[in-house]
Write a protein that binds this ligand. Sequence first.
Ligand SMILES: [Ca+2]
Length: 138
Amino acid sequence: MKPVHFLAFVLALAVAGTQISSARSTYRPIALKQFKLEKNAAANKAGCQFCHVNAFGGAGWNGFGQALKDQLASSSGVPQALFDLLKKNADSDKDGYSDVLEVVAGTLPGDAKSKPSAKAADLEAKLKKMGGVSAFKP
Ligand SMILES: [Ca+2]
């Protein structure tokens, strides 16, 4: 590879890296803080797969990510959209646990393979103790 080609390659990688990290730096910290996700929670460790199919983000959203994209059209800003989405009490990945209960458990609401080990009734009791879905209000 000629030095000029190598330089172009490195530059392309840097631009791609910036684009990939831009969504992460915009949405991910908001969701982690708003959803009070602990560092060891599956949802925290999963990185971009909280919403994206791909671990590094980009096109391809899971059920929760697609629902968030749709919600962003009618909510004002990301935090409000996240809250409005949880209030719908939907089960984006159809694993039997609503998105809000998965947030309480720290699992991925858009990945049916990631689901809480606790019973839904126990998670609902925990959510109620937290003040209900309002615990995730921005
Ligand atoms: Ca679910």
